[in-house]
Design a binder for this molecule. Structure first.
Ligand SMILES: NC(=O)c1ccc[n+]([C@@H]2O[C@H](COP(=O)([O-])OP(=O)(O)OC[C@H]3O[C@@H](n4cnc5c(N)ncnc54)[C@H](OP(=O)(O)O)[C@@H]3O)[C@@H](O)[C@H]2O)c1
Length: 275
């Protein structure tokens, strides 16, 4: 049995489906089972009641944001209940710094907690998710343009299905124990490139209009976002505008097929971007 924290998240939800397809029994952790829309047949646990569901669990998928301050307690509970391994969704910034180091430090702390837990472990240091581009959807639908800072900032964004598929491999096969994987998409793309590829998917010319970073920050604060969000975003984009993020073939090495492209991701999400 596999316990999935962050089971309603971008990666956790897909991992859940892949685990079920693989015939695994799954416990999904969510704060709000009523709204989670989880498939039938999945056992559900609230973060506060995980303790009671640990018996029989062999693997743990750990989403640091969902585990939060309770991560060490969760891991020690797992180690004390015969759980064999933990797979951690970490971030590429641990190995390839970009932006304010305090954000990478959160992932470093989670990695240290997992590697010190006594469980077998696999660390998945993920590049930025393709799905982050869904943040552009409202303005694309409303204006047909993407406006943002650092048009030339480039990373190799990754499809959530690739992360989830690697996570499932690491959860159900011992061959990935003790490995730290840097997971990226197949190619470096600037923000301008991503806007163009979304435009291609929805059948329109979509341009990226560059704005001064301070204007973007103020607009995000005016929308009610906490200051941490523009700090995290703009700091890393500033660095990726100077040096593109890493590109690896680790997804292909682990899965035996090429990593999914951003264009494929955009084609699967046209409904979010069309008005
Ligand atoms: N986005 C990226 O580019 C990127 C890159 C590298 C690494 N990561 C990391 O990858 C992990 C997975 O990301 P994800 O986008 O799939 O999911 P996520 O944002 O971590 O959310 C997963 C689930 O965790 C629960 N959750 C969210 N915030 C919470 C909080 N403050 N306290 C308790 N539970 C909370 C929510 O579930 P319920 O509401 O159902 O409880 C949410 O659906 C995250 O830790 C993220 O930091 C993200």
């Amino acid at each position: 049995m596999i316990l999935v924290t962050g089971a309603t998240g971008t990666v956790g939800r897909v991992a859940l489906d892949l685990l079920l397809e693989d015939g695994q029994e799954v416990i999904a952790v969510t704060r709000d089972p009523g709204r989670a829309g989880l498939p039938s047949g999945v056992r559900v646990a609230h973060p506060g009641t995980v303790k009671e569901t640990m018996g029989g669990v062999k693997g743990l998928l750990v989403s640091p944001r969902a585990a939060g301050q309770g991560l060490k307690e969760l891991l020690s509970l797992a180690a004390g209940n015969g759980v064999e391994r933990a797979v951690l969704l970490s971030a590429a910034t641990v190995a390839h710094p970009a932006g304010d180091p305090r954000f990478a430090d959160e992932f470093k702390a989670a990695e240290e907690a997992v590697t010190a837990s006594g469980l077998r472990w696999t660390l998945l240091r993920c590049a930025d998710f393709d799905a982050n581009s869904l943040a552009w959807a409202p303005q694309i639908r409303a204006t047909g343009v993407v406006r943002g800072a650092y048009a030339d900032a480039a990373t190799s964004p990754i499809h959530e299905r690739d992360i989830a598929a690697v996570a499932v491999q690491a959860l159900v096969n011992s061959g990935h124990d003790g490995q730290t994987y840097l997971l990226t998409g197949p190619e470096a793309l600037s923000q301008r490139d991503k806007a163009r590829l979304i435009g291609r998917a929805i059948g329109t010319d979509l341009s990226f209009e560059e704005l001064p970073p301070e204007r973007v920050r103020q607009a995000m604060l005016a929308q009610g976002l906490p200051a941490e969000i523009p700090e995290r975003l703009l700091g890393s984009l500033a660095d990726y505008a100077k040096h593109p993020g890493p590109t690896t073939d680790t997804v292909e090495q682990v899965l035996g097929r090429p990593a999914l492209t951003f264009g494929a991701w955009a084609a699967e999400h046209v409904g979010a971007f069309r008005s």
